[in-house]
Design a binder for this molecule. Structure first.
Ligand SMILES: *Cc1c(COP(=O)(O)O)cnc(C)c1O
Length: 670
């Protein structure tokens, strides 16, 4: 075996190496993974011949707790393990007497809040799988997003998350500290690295993380990288964007990376372009325009970053302000980062076909350059072991599905194969039994219809829709068969409207106590990627009911279809493209092409819930025709739908998405 340690340490100046990391970083291994892959990736990034890409994002959900988890010689530090989670159910006595048990597990690297971050993480993993030379930039959030605590019927109480980056396996501080020039006070940032490996461990994407908790920074500066998305204060928000954008460019320079293209995931990183313009000393935009790529993630007009010009003037140097005034002003006093990027990037993409349509409607002056590249999920991360095993067992007929060229369409050939249909059902039941064991104390049953709603609690996603008419819910479970509902998600702590949603849902759950023999409802505290995987691969039906057209894409349903989980969804985001494949029940209000976008506050709860219940009733009926108390009807239409779902994964994955980024945005041949 060759000794790569010296080469590694020459390329990567690890801070406090001897003291903290010399047992985990050795001649061959980096926290249990091949160190050679890192050396290769770092060298490629230094080479001017290599067309390397930089990807900047405010958040990354890497799935460090569920996929490619690093090994450490040190035991997991207590502060990096999540404390127990509470449950709020309509079996209340159980909530008091039982704690919810999952094996002692390491907390997910807490630098994300939801789907946007998970997409960024999956993008890096697929870029590694495709052996692309890419350096990612983000922020090391010292206190994460927040920990959600339920306070009985009073809803959610946020708590600061304290974790220890120095003992998180695979995360390493560098000696490198950079400075970003601000109007009257320089800000220092320490660089950290985390390495994202490909599924075969041969390739790596280095993720550079910026940290303002550095000696020499004044106390307010040291807290700037504490909490993701938690401040409403425009000064702090601008400073965080300066850290990501300006700090990102400075960090890439300090590390000697030779970058051809810059991909900004959402407008948060817009100041990277401003910084680069300044470095080029160019008023002429053409050089920049073709090097910057912008992915826009929300059709909610109010969801775009806007700041008062005078606030920016207090912070940024004059050259930056001149550029911003020229390219990003909306009216006289407001700077709009979305407009700035739409004005200055040749390549802009929306995250699903429907979202592209809506974005072109909202920004008609830029309609020509707005492409649609539909989101995906990283298959090796989100496929359950049971389903990976199923695909492998039938690999002769299907081909390679686990790696980067997913052959899921070949599943169609097995549709009439009884053995396959039974194996598929068995794999699903095995996943469901794991769910049953996790929620053992709440009597969750493997042969009872189970539906889940799990994502960020935002108004337009309508978390309470299924609870709109509790009597109807009871009625369906009496008439058609018992139902188990699992609901989970965090609400942004400053969003009062969604706070009331949580309270109302809890009141409804409480009021359904007497019905708990036929209708079991569980609300799980502190939703995260770990549960994102378990829930999306083991329930029978995945509920997705955003108000069209406000869900740009959505990705949790893609994790579910990959594991044969049937969809109950409104027609919005990615589902518009998938629905032709008959993946379950589609219901509710539909947004017609070309119509005005409407208001995201007009939630249509009454009319859409009526349709939701009708569709739910049909699904419950079909489920109990398929699963008669443990005996399966293998010819059932339900299993056909499960097969249709998995087949759609041939498209809804980040391997396809990153190839499209590569061919249409980064290295577009036209
Ligand atoms: C996948 C995922 C999401 C995204 O959910 P949507 O369906 O896109 O709303 C959010 N949070 C976590 C933890 C996830 O794993």
């Amino acid at each position: 075996m060759e000794d790569y340690l010296k080469e590694f340490l020459d390329l990567v100046k690890v801070h406090r190496f001897e003291e903290l990391y010399s047992k985990d970083i050795t001649a061959e291994k980096f926290f249990g993974f091949p160190i050679k892959s890192i050396v290769d990736a770092e060298k490629r990034l230094l080479s001017p011949e290599e067309p390397s890409v930089a990807y900047l994002s405010m958040e990354y959900g890497l799935g460090t707790s569920i996929y490619n988890s690093f090994l450490s010689t040190k035991p997991v530090s207590e502060s990096n393990i999540l404390p127990k989670q509470n449950i709020f159910s309509n079996m209340r006595i159980k909530d008091y007497y039982f704690t919810f048990k999952v094996d002692h597990r390491i907390m997910e690297l807490p630098i994300y809040s939801g789907g946007l971050g998970v997409l960024a993480g999956d993008t890096l993993k697929s870029s590694a799988d495709l052996n692309i030379s890419l350096a990612a930039v983000g922020i090391l959030w010292r206190k994460g997003y927040f920990k959600q605590n339920f306070w009985f019927k009073d809803g959610q109480v946020p708590e600061e998350l304290n974790w220890d980056p120095y003992s998180y396996p695979g995360l390493i501080p560098l000696d490198t500290v950079i400075k970003i020039p601000l109007k009257d006070n320089d800000l220092s940032l320490r660089l950290w690295k985390y390495y994202v490996y490909s599924f075969d461990k041969k390739h790596v994407i280095p993720l550079i993380l910026l940290d303002s908790d550095v000696d020499g920074n004044k106390p307010e500066f040291r807290r700037l990288t504490d909490q993701l998305y938690r401040s409403d204060n425009s000064y702090i928000k601008i400073m965080q964007r300066a850290i990501l954008g300006i700090g990102g460019i400075k960090a890439l320079e300090a590390l000697g990376c030779s970058i051809r293209k810059y991909h900004l995931n959402e407008g948060h990183a817009a100041l990277a372009l401003v910084q680069k313009a300044d470095a080029l000393k160019k008023d002429d935009l053409t050089a920049l325009e073709k090097d910057f790529i912008y992915t826009c993630h929300t059709p909610v007009a109010a969801g775009h970053d806007r700041f008062p010009l005078k606030e920016l003037e207090k912070i940024l140097p004059e050259e930056n302000i001149d550029f911003i005034k020229k390219n990003g002003l909306e009216g006289e006093n407001t700077v709009n980062f979305t407009m700035l990027l739409m004005n200055c990037c040749d390549h802009v993409n929306a995250v699903a076909k429907k979202h592209g349509e809506v974005t072109r409607l909202l920004f008609p002056q830029h309609a020509d350059k707005i492409q649609s590249i539909t989101n995906g999920v990283h298959i090796p991360t989100w496929i359950s072991d049971e389903f990976a095993g199923l695909l492998k067992k039938h690999g002769n007929d299907i081909g390679d599905c686990a790696a980067c060229r997913p052959e899921f369409l070949n599943l169609g050939k097995l549709r009439e194969n009884q053995e396959f249909r039974l194996d598929l059902w068995k794999a699903h039941q095995a996943n469901k039994r794991r769910l049953q064991s996790i929620f053992e104390n709440w009597n969750i049953k493997e042969n009872v219809f189970t539906i889940c709603w799990a994502r960020r609690i935002a108004a337009y996603k309508r978390p309470s829709l299924i609870f709109q008419d509790p009597r109807r819910l009871v009625d369906i479970s009496k008439k058609t068969g018992p139902i188990q509902i699992i609901i989970t998600g965090k609400a942004h702590p400053n969003d009062n409207l969604v706070g009331t949603f949580i309270n109302n849902i809890m009141n409804t759950i409480d009021s359904l106590g007497p019905q708990n023999s036929i209708l079991r409802i569980i609300m799980l505290e502190n939703y995260d990627i770990f549960f994102g995987k378990i829930l999306s691969n083991s329930v029978d039906v995945w509920l997705n009911n955003p108000l069209p057209p406000f869900e740009a894409s959505g990705t949790s349903g893609m994790k579910a279809i990959l594991n044969g989980v049937v969809q109950l969804s409104t027609l919005d985001g990615w589902v518009v493209e998938a629905a032709v494949g008959d993946i379950g029940e589609i219901f509710g209000y539909q947004h017609k092409s070309g119509e005005p976008v409407g208001s995201e506050l007009d939630l249509r709860l009454d009319s859409d819930s009526v349709e939701l219940y009708n569709a739910l009733e049909r699904l419950v009926k079909l489920y109990y025709e398929t699963n008669q108390n443990g005996t399966v009807n293998a010819g059932s239409k339900w299993i056909d739908i499960m097969i249709n779902c998995i087949m759609q994964s041939h498209y809804f994955n980040t391997c396809r998405m990153v190839k499209e980024y590569h061919d249409k945005m980064w290295f577009d041949k036209k």
